[in-house]
Write a protein that binds this ligand. Sequence first.
Ligand code: BG6
Length: 468
Amino acid sequence: MNIENCLFGVALSAGQCEGAYLEDGKGLSIIDTMDQSKDRCYRRHPYPKEGVYYPSHEASDFYHHMEADLEMMHELGAQCFRTSFAWTRIFPHGDDAQINKKGIAFYDRLIDRCIAYQIEPIITLSHLEIPYDLYERYGGWEDRRFADCFVRYAKVILDHFHDRVTYFITFNEINCAIHFPYVVGVGVDRSIEPSTTMYQAMHHMFVANAEIIAYAKQRYSHLKIGCMSAVGPIYPLTPYPQDVLKAKRKERENLFASDVLVNGKYPYYTDAMFQDLGVTLTVSAEDRQLLEENRIDFLAVSYYNTNCETASENRETSSGNLFGGVKNPYLHATQWGWQIDPTGLRILLNDLSERYQGFPLMIVENGIGANDSFEDGKIHDQYRIDYLKAHLDEVEKAIEDGAELWAYTMWSFIDIISASGGQMSKRYGLVYVDRDDEGNGTNQRYRKDSFYFYQEYLKNIKKRKDTL
Ligand code: BG6
């Protein structure tokens, strides 16, 4: 493997950027019922509530800016674009008898644009766009019928797009089921203690993932189907063996989903882990066989930060993507307290390569959320450039170490609404979107300094590819 074989690009998700939440026949997604609050991903919300601002209703208005945004992506030189299709644009209630043709038409235009610009699409089938009606009816993934409806939607997408899209990711961060249950359609309110419901829901996601792979293998064997998990190394705070043990246990919880997806079976430590957690799972022999016979082609991961673990009660905590941990005295953090650790990315890619014996990987999210300041149409986001540069350096080193990396997609192309808090002010984009936390603004786009930095980087990679 060398760097020239890896696709470098950008990422977005439908629910965080598209807006147009009920336009052209789209149905309500769970994210559309979420206000702007810290615990919005954990709990069920009374909807609609008078006087409440719902950030995803308009988001970055990508739905109406798609053509111009993709033109800018082409100007950037992106080699691939990871985004999601909203299930609710295709089946507004999740299981409608008819496909919503206008929804498919939007994604047809998006994919055709990507192809015209030679940008390889990487499509996630579920990234925070869970049909609210279906959730109300079945209560979420813990009901197997819910998973059946998802598989039906996925088959429609494969049938329609298999000749233009090669890479599909069934689920964004499948382990959200135990961290952000509500937003991904798991019917429990709080995520402090992982419960049987959460793991049973995740099991149904594993089964849906395997059914989709089985379908693709029979009909469209050229497709590459992956699944995604949020992972990150967990360091022991000290060499004290109890700290090391604690870190290893946490890491295991973290890698549980990818162990199942890559190896096609529940790992050897499952029984002990479930016993500790008080979880009882129902898994049939047919399910086991299905998982075993239909493993993913690549593992997609998001990487934002690392955390430490300690057995000591005396600890300083830190936050992070999906879950926090113990503060690392050697690292700085973002304005949201996520510890910045570029070397951690190299460690992660090496760890995964070792654990899964050189299995193909994609980093489909990596970036920094920051409160950018906008001055006369300019955004001098040197911190984002520093973050990107340092992480890209480590990606290159990990590839030299031998990691089989198929893609790196930076999060995010344009500013989007934050998943955890719903703010626009936690900006991730290379492109600034004129919109604030109250929904004011023109939606006009402005290239940040980081846009030009990444453009140069991509030019360089292209040169290296062209000289091969
Ligand atoms: C990942 C999600 O967990 O983290 C993205 O897949 C999300 O959707 C990203 O945006 C960053 O998290 P946040 O909460 O800062 O938006």
